[in-house]
Every structure is written in C-alpha cells, then in structure tokens.
Design a protein around this ligand. Structure first.
Ligand code: DCP
Length: 220
C-alpha cells in the first residue's frame, strides 16, 4: 500500500493526535514554510452536510448518529487523500486510518456503534485502502497527556464538544498511543515522527524546528 513518493505523487504526511492536540496549529505553521499543500480537516463539512451539523448530532445522540458521522468522515477524508496537488509535500489533518483505527474502534469497543454498522464502515475502509490512492509516507504524532488536551478543549469551548467527558479523551489517548506509539493496535502503515505537543502551543517552535530539520530539509 505504501508507495514511494514520485514526481506525480508528493510525499504525504498525515498529522495525528488526540482531540485538541494542536493539529491545526501545527498545520498553520507548516503552511507558512511554502512548497507544501495542506488539506485541513474538513470540520466545516462535518458541521454542515447539506445543512445538517453531523458533529453536533454525533455528540447529542451517539447511538443514533455515530455511523452517519463516521461514514461522512470517511468520505471527506478520502476526498482529502485523493485531491491533486503539485507541491513536493502534502499534509493531511488526520487520515482515514485514524478515523478507522481510533474513532470507529472506540465506538465499536463501547458498543455505541452497532455491529452491522461497524461492519459496513470496515468493508468500505478495506475497499478504499485497497483500491484508492490513500498511501501515507509519514505520520506526525502530536503526543499529549489527556489532562492537557482536556484543558484545551474546555478552554476553546467548541459548542458541539461541551459535553465530552474526560474519560472519553483519556480513552482516545490510549488508543492513539497503542496505534502510533506502542504499535500494538492494527497496522501502522508508515513511520511515525513523534512531537511533544504538551508544551504551550505558543512556545512549541523548538519541536516544530526538530521536525523541519529531520524530515522536511532531508527530503528536499
Ligand atoms: N471526530 C470524531 N471522529 C473522527 C474524527 C473527529 O468523532 N473520525 C471528532 C472529534 C472532535 C472533532 O471531530 O470533536 C474534531 O476532532 P479532531 O481531533 O480531528 O480535530 P481538533 O480540531 O480537535 O484538532 P486540533 O485541536 O488538534 O487542531
């Protein structure tokens, strides 16, 4: 599934991490460097699918709407993975992999997503992986403590996320850890570059610099 980057296929880097780990901040920084294309997470699409705020519905009634939400997430991330781009580097905010291995996994474990719904999402996922150009060359893992991101989530006060309990964030953290850090959950289809994203997002420049030196400059 991993293909070597070539002239017609840029080096694809997917930025991952818990909710509130600073993916958007990291990508805003990367965008300023130039010669990169950034596909930010299609959150606005999730908030407005033909007038429906699917993110809000997900949190209001997860049993009823998690399948609806995750189906649309999978579609919009597939669209991001396969968008054309002419720069050497292409950055994605999240990927179909974290959608499936972290979020759908969590919903399945908690029994929120019904087994037939999980199976349908999983069949779609397997087909996409097999048939579509969704290869990733590197994951950037913005590694955080759940307590830190929970504070950030409370502070940013996104309307849809007001009722998200700490336990949910903690458990999503553990799933991200198992997948990207300990590598004991499913497959990890590309190497992982880990960034300590606990530091205040205003002072994270050193960590970003390490990524630029060790990844971007080496591949130019
Ligand atoms: N979400 C979800 N299932 C997914 C992807 C996201 O339920 N497959 C939810 C979790 C959040 C919202 O969508 O409520 C956005 O989450 P992200 O972690 O993807 O984005 P953030 O905006 O929190 O990222 P950051 O703060 O790191 O920039």
């Amino acid at each position: 599934m991993r293909r070597a980057p070539s002239l017609d296929r840029p080096c694809t880097i997917a930025v991952e991490g818990n909710i509130g780990s600073g993916k958007s901040t990291f990508l805003r920084h990367i965008e300023k460097l130039g010669n990169v294309t950034v596909f930010s997470e299609p959150l606005e699409k999730w908030r407005n699918c033909q007038g429906h705020n699917l993110l809000d519905l997900l949190y209001q009634d997860p049993q009823r709407y998690s399948f609806t939400f995750q189906s649309y997430v999978q579609l919009t991330l597939l669209q991001a993975h396969t968008q054309k781009c002419s720069t050497k580097f292409r950055f994605l905010e999240r990927s179909i992999f974290s959608a499936r291995y972290c979020f759908v996994e969590k919903l399945r474990r908690d029994g929120i997503m019904a087994s037939p719904e999980y199976s349908v999402i999983d069949e779609w996922f397997k087909w996409i992986k097999q048939e579509q150009a969704v290869g990733v060359d590197l994951f950037v893992y913005l590694r955080t403590d759940p307590e830190v991101v929970y504070e950030r989530i409370l502070k940013r006060d996104r309307a849809e996320e007001r009722k998200v309990p700490f336990e949910y964030i903690k458990s999503l953290h553990e799933i991200h850890e198992d997948w990207l850090y300990h590598k004991r959950l499913y497959e990890c289809p590309a190497p992982v570059f880990t960034i300590d994203a606990n530091v205040d997002l205003g002072m994270i420049g050193d960590e970003y610099g390490r990524f630029e030196d060790q990844v971007l400059k080496k591949r130019v």
